[in-house]
Design a protein around this ligand. Sequence first.
Ligand SMILES: O=C(O)C(=O)CO
Length: 263
Amino acid sequence: MSYTVNCSILLTELPLLERAEAAKAAGFDSVEFWWPFAEAVPAEADVDAFIASIKNAGVQLAGLNFFAGDMPAGDRGLVSWIGRSSEFKDNVSVVAAIGAATGCKAFNALYGNRQDEHTPEEQDELALKNLLAATAGVAPIGGTVLIEPVSGTPAYPLKTAADALSVVNKVKEAGAGNIALLADFYHLSVNGDDVADVIEKHAHEFGHVQIADAPGRGAPGTGNLPLGEWITRSRELGYNGGIALEYKQERETAFNWLIRQNA
Ligand SMILES: O=C(O)C(=O)CO
């Protein structure tokens, strides 16, 4: 099986523009990134350099997150963030341009942490508008917007597959078909979701899958999740998209579990 390397959590010892090449050298043909710039609309030269690093490495960009704010400081997306919707919409154009240049078709829109000064209804109303703008923005390049339950950030409201699917369904009811659940087996497990049940019910409609073991968000085999079984069952039930490696592990040993598995 060929996996996608998430180069925002793996290979991070290397400068951003060297990571795609390092993934290729480690034997992978596809990579994905969280938003790789500090701002929603970076300098054109920085975007061009990022695209060139993917193309020159000879890998496929298989996934890209929309700008999500200051993630190290705890931000997890702009989608429902009242006061930052023009920034989000400006970002959609840059994301779509990167998709057009690279052939990337999967775009993860982190929903945003709850803001105490606004009601959940107000934030969800904005999220619907922003997600309709995002789905419209990537539709011309055949893109799909992904909605991801995330762990580790208490104020992030989408914790289970059901939470994310209710957002997906609202956007679909509003007329956009190109939106789907990002099933990150690590985040779902840590949040207490029943991952096996989510797979039984929804694998056929997953937009993307990411893996890490739990506890610890390490490589497969470092924790106790049955990741191999879950991947196999997802495939049996019709999921035919990529499986992205989104775990923490130093570069030297990042893919040893795969080498052992293939030996
Ligand atoms: O913030 C995280 O942990 C993510 O997985 C973002 O995509």
